[in-house]
Design a protein around this ligand. Structure first.
Ligand code: ADE
Ligand code: ZN
Length: 342
């Protein structure tokens, strides 16, 4: 099927969706320095190179500490707009036709940034990109699980005032020690308000957290889910119900889930019939955007172009787009594949 001249060109341009990207994790060091300067905020790093060299993480928590520190430069609607548009430009260049983007309100509201400042900035960039770049976006409001469930509920209540800008809720931040069950009330409330529900689970946490996300939070997609393979009953549940797993290969290696990309369990997940997509998670911190994740994962695991097309199809099927729009995106993918077949 691969008759393209440039290695990786087939998968970079494959029409796809990105379903697991934290907008705060797209803040590149260059833009972080620029924004810090215009907001007259000090950074504890003297240069972009020094900041980048700090991006070495043993685990999720080490990463989160520096990620929250970096997000603290974001102050104005323009800051959020610039960060989001920069991400969407890169995503569009990687064949992304639909991005369902996480944002962390508590990371900003707890620093005194009003909800409309970050939400309007992110949303306006989405509208701009839809017009100019042909990429559509949906926003997923995430609760920080290391903070109290009551704080999550307050965040949701505030967020519901802007519900027209939000497609769903998610659960992120430090996983182990913060099981999904803590957030059942807030997820029930979000579901009752008509929002989609997703949750990080099985990134570092055990399979029980994936069960909890499904049974207690009624999550429609599982973010990461790599540890689900440890429980055959859970794998059957995920496969039988076509619950999508938004896998992030670079992230899993950078945070110590696997030693190298070659060790990643993505092929086993696919062999089990799971809906697996490839996503970037926090691309500014993990060494690449979604296209890089596709290309390097294909190379490392020796996956065929046909398998990569299945992964792109999984991503589009797993979106929260209306059925008719989803069908159009899937047809574009099929046309792309057909036009690249020998
Ligand atoms: N927030 C940003 N990236 C995250 C990840 N990989 N896991 C949990 N929370 C996150
Ligand atoms: Zn994530």
């Amino acid at each position: 099927m691969d008759n393209t001249a440039t290695p990786g060109a087939f998968v970079r341009d494959l029409p796809k969706a990105e379903l697991h990207v934290h907008i705060e994790g797209t803040l590149e060091p260059e833009l972080m320095f620029e924004i810090a300067e215009r907001n007259a905020l000090p950074l504890r790093f003297d240069s972009i190179a020094e900041l980048r060299s700090a991006y070495k993480f043993q685990d999720l928590q080490e990463f989160l500490d520096i990620y929250y520190e970096g997000a603290a430069v974001l102050q104005t609607e323009q800051d959020f707009f610039d960060m989001t548009l920069a991400y969407l430009q890169r995503a569009a260049g990687d064949g992304v036709r639909r991005a369902e983007i996480f944002f962390d309100p508590q990371t900003h509201a707890d620093r005194g940034i009003p909800f409309p400042v970050f939400l309007e900035g992110i949303h306006a960039a989405g509208r701009h990109a839809e017009r100019e770049l042909g990429i559509s976006t949906g926003l997923i409001l995430c609760f920080l699980r290391h903070l109290a469930p009551e704080a999550a509920m307050e965040t949701l209540e505030t967020g519901l005032a802007y519900q027209e800008h939000i497609i769903g809720v998610g659960l992120d931040s430090s996983e182990v020690g913060f099981p999904p069950e803590l957030f059942s009330d807030v997820f029930d409330r979000a579901g009752a308000a008509g929002l989609h529900r997703v949750a990080h689970a099985g990134e570092e946490g055990p399979p029980a957290y994936v069960w909890g996300a499904l049974d207690t939070l009624h999550a429609e997609r599982i973010d990461h889910g790599i540890r689900a393979l440890e429980d055959p009953g859970l794998v059957s549940r995920l496969a039988d119900n076509r619950i999508p797993l938004t896998v992030c290969p670079f992230s899993n290696v950078k945070l110590g889930g696997f030693t190298t990309l070659q060790d990643h369990v993505l092929p086993t997940m696919m062999d089990h019939g799971l809906n697996v997509s490839i996503n970037s998670d926090d691309p500014a911190y993990f060494g690449g955007y979604v296209g890089d994740n596709y290309i390097e994962t294909q190379k490392a695991l020796g996956l065929s172009d046909a398998t990569m097309a299945v992964i792109a199809r999984n991503s589009l099927e797993a979106t929260f787009l209306p059925a008719s729009v989803k069908q159009t995106r899937l047809q574009e993918l099929d046309d792309y594949v057909a036009s690249h077949s020998a």
